[in-house]
Design a protein around this ligand. Structure first.
Ligand SMILES: [Zn+2]
Length: 145
């Protein structure tokens, strides 16, 4: 488990924003696995954050979201990305790759549908349309049951 996989998806994205907006004001290394730093957030004072990259759940932040819990908040993620910028780059690349793949899949799906419909005769189209409309009608009914 890493800081990234221990955090919720929204926290990772917000943490990436914080990293890019340079909200980590200062940081230092404590030992082989621990880092601490100050991260500015929505509160007046910056939050004091400690991350443990070996045991992400032992990381600490005094923001309202994470205080007293084992939750990995955006401040911990921001500190992690600041200490390891390569991780931020890899994460961003993975997100872009995922987006590209999804777009390709969608395009492929549209092509497949278009090819399928273009290959149907008028009679087949009539039958498919009737079936489709009946299915749609039944789906609406299901909502009321
Ligand atoms: Zn926090």
């Amino acid at each position: 488990m890493s800081i990234i996989t221990a955090a919720s998806r929204p926290s990772v994205f917000r943490g990436l924003d914080y990293f890019e907006e340079k909200k980590v004001l200062s940081w230092s290394q404590i030992d082989d696995f621990k880092y601490e730093g100050y991260v500015s957030g929505s509160g007046k004072e910056p939050y004091f954050v400690t991350i443990d990259i070996e045991h992400p759940k032992r990381s600490v932040c005094n923001c309202p979201h994470a205080k007293g819990t084992r939750r990995v908040c955006k401040h911990k993620v921001a500190l992690f990305f600041t200490v390891f910028p390569k991780e931020a780059e890899d994460f961003r690349k993975a997100i872009e790759e995922e987006k590209r793949r999804k777009e390709e899949e969608e395009e492929q799906l549209y092509d497949d549908i278009e090819n399928y419909v273009n290959g149907l005769s008028v009679e087949q189209l009539r039958i498919q349309l009737i079936n489709f409309m009946i299915e749609l009608e039944e789906q609406d009914d299901d909502l009321w049951e």
